[in-house]
Design a protein around this ligand. Structure first.
Ligand code: SF4
Length: 359
């Protein structure tokens, strides 16, 4: 276990007894048992944890959501990360998303994937695709990687390369996707779609490309008011772009829209651990609720879940809500503030709008 933890969260005695009995009989992740574990662990059990291994990346994308974060040399050590993965298994979490920056820049990624997947955890990696050589994909697959999301900005290789500032990255990422599919890794195309991408047909062309190449599905992300987009005024689509996007998505299961009308945070299905151990509601929300170096993750989650930020009733990405505008963007000087900032530095009143509809 990690040192010097204060633990404020306690399960009731009968619940902890039931959980301990179940966990010792089924220490690994198994969906039907995990559902019962999560119920027993309520309110701390959530579906998946994003762990960022590094904020380093070969690209410098215009829409990067983590570019504003402080970078230091004080990253979690492999020992701390293995220990964090062990405690996630113990607490019944079913999925780890390895995030960045670019997680493939961390040479220990294969060991982390193996450590988690051997314990039954669904492992999912988010990458720009540059390092997806045949050999690396084979290693990922051999170590049990369950799914991979590869990001694409444009169906036009030259535009994608220009946006990433790396010549040839489009072709490498596409070839890498082919290796992943051959190795039976669930392969997802992750696409950032601006208003003009949608209206000029680029998003639709990417959907077609993903279908042709055999991706499992495509995730379309809207612009979030975060990272390099902190100063965006209205990061929402016009009615025309929205109609076009809904047409493209149609009722196809293949196209999954994210952050447009839905967000995981109010449903409490996600939490994020930064490369330095800071715990945030998700990678895009630059507010930290504690550090796994100083406190148990479960205690931090209990506090975070009760916080108004995790109970916003507006639709869409939390970062784009009027609530965040009024209580975060209008209260701080973005240019002078270091991120992620401690949530205690701001006062967030309870939200009072109409209840959020089901996703
Ligand atoms: S705040 Fe919600 S919609 Fe926005 S990136 Fe995070 S989970 Fe997705």
């Amino acid at each position: 276990m990690l040192p010097d933890k204060k633990e404020s969260f306690r399960l009731s005695y009968p619940r902890s007894l039931a959980y301990l009995a179940l966990n010792s009989a089924f220490p690994f992740f198994w969906p039907p048992i995990n559902r019962i574990k999560r119920r027993l662990l309520s309110p701390i059990a959530i579906k998946y944890i994003q762990i960022s291994l590094t904020y380093e990346c070969q690209c410098s994308c215009g829409h990067c959501g983590v570019s504003q974060y402080n970078k230091t040399n004080d990253k979690l050590t492999p020992k701390e990360l293995f220990s964090a993965i062990d405690s996630l298994v113990k607490w019944g979490f079913g999925q780890i998303d390895f995030f960045g920056g670019e997680p493939l820049l961390d040479k220990n990624i294969y060991a982390y994937v193996r450590h988690a997947s051997k314990k039954g955890i669904f492992t999912h990696l988010f990458t720009n695709g540059l390092l997806l050589s045949r050999e690396n994909v084979h290693k990922l697959s051999g170590n049990g990687l369950s799914a991979i999301s590869i990001s694409f900005d444009s169906p036009d290789p030259a535009t994608h390369d220009r946006n990433r500032n790396i010549p040839g990255i489009f072709e490498k990422a596409l070839k890498g996707a082919e290796y992943c599919i051959q190795n039976k890794i669930k392969t997802i195309m992750s696409v950032y779609a601006s208003e003009s991408d949608i209206l000029n047909g680029r998003t639709e062309q990417l959907v077609k490309l993903a279908e042709e190449k055999g991706f499992q599905f495509i995730r379309v992300l809207s612009p979030f008011k975060t990272g390099k987009f902190f100063s965006l005024n209205t990061p929402v689509y016009s009615k025309k772009a929205m109609r076009r996007l809904l047409d493209i998505a149609g009722d196809k299961e293949f196209v999954k829209l994210h952050g447009i009308s839905n967000c995981y945070i109010p449903y409490k299905t996600v939490a994020y651990i930064s490369p330095y151990g800071e715990v945030q509601p998700c990678s895009m929300v630059p507010l930290k609720f504690g550090s796994i170096r100083k406190e148990k993750l479960t205690s931090i989650l209990v506090r975070m879940r009760k916080h108004p930020i995790c109970n916003i009733k507006e639709h869409g990405c939390v970062m784009n809500t009027a609530y965040l505008k009024n209580n975060f963007f209008d209260k701080i000087n973005i240019k002078e503030q270091a991120f992620p900032m401690p949530v205690e530095q701001l006062v967030f009143p309870p939200e009072t709008n109409s209840p959020r509809q089901k996703e």
